[in-house]
Ligand binder design. Sequence first.
Ligand code: NDP
Length: 327
Amino acid sequence: SREIHLAARPQGWPTPADFRTVDVDLAEPGPGEVLVRNTYLSVDPYMRGRMNDVKSYVPPFALDAVMDGGAVGEVVASGSDRLQVGDTVLHQAGWRTHALLSDRAARKVDVSQLPASAYLGALGMPGLTAYVGLTRIAEVREGDTVFISGAAGAVGSVAGQIAKQLGAAKVIGSAGSADKCAWLTELGFDVALNYKDAPIGRQLREHGPVDVYFDNVGGDHLEAAMFAMADHGRIAACGAIADYNADAPSPGPRNMMMIVSKRLTLRGFIVTDHGDAASDFYRQAGGWVADGSLTWRETVVDGIDSAVDAFLGLHRGDNTGKMLVRL
Ligand code: NDP
């Protein structure tokens, strides 16, 4: 069995030297335990924050220990009466080919209707994040104009489709390539802006006013959105990926006074505080998947030895939809 450990705390952009590959012997599951052969690992932007030794909403990764995070796999040996060999499970034991887990730490998922990988993406944590941000944080209403940054990513692509289902009149997305923008249009976004073509503020100006901004990026995107917001607009602050690998925090938006003059609401959220929204989300998403109004893409990188590269690729924008490592 092979694992990826965090070997050093990166400064700015992580490099392969910040990680270490470790081979370990497989153990047999004891009573109440299962041995899982992982099939997909998730690489997620929040993992960058966990590489820093700072207090945050999740504890930092320990040095010289496995990078944990979402994964799906198949039970290959079981000492549990809850999970059987052959079951597909979702767990948080992260970047390793095999995981020995308590059966309480693994949740069986139904792969008769959906591929296992969907539970790491559109029908998993990123999908729930999109749902919570729109329904609970920004409270999207019928007729709203909604702007979503990072729109061709795991969270953003689902958010755009859900916004339409919630009755948004116009959904605007921003992403970093023409191909990504073409996909957004296929998904039903009304406007797709390539922020690398021209400053996002200048492009967005033509398409406002914006009632709801779902912020995945921060930085220039947040400032641009504040300029484009309608009075009483609502901003769901989901992430700030433009800053995650910066050596120093970037300057804040220069137009903070617009929060006052436009009576804006800016509200941050962390999806794990909203586990009670999950059953609603799965019920609704099940319907949207069945009638074709929720679809997704994955960018898949093969092999545990590619996990670090997949993680870095996520920050470079190599992914369309959810970035995954397939084992
Ligand atoms: P994505 O699948 O969206 O991947 C990250 C994307 O960010 C890249 O594909 C890239 O696309 C874009 N990006 C990278 N750098 C920049 C930049 N400087 N400016 C603009 N875009 C950039 O990741 P996720 O969907 O998993 O996560 C999206 C956001 O949601 C992140 O900020 C993440 O931290 C946040 N998040 C928050 C949660 C919460 O509970 N609050 C839970 C889950 C995610 P492009 O080519 O378009 O640049």
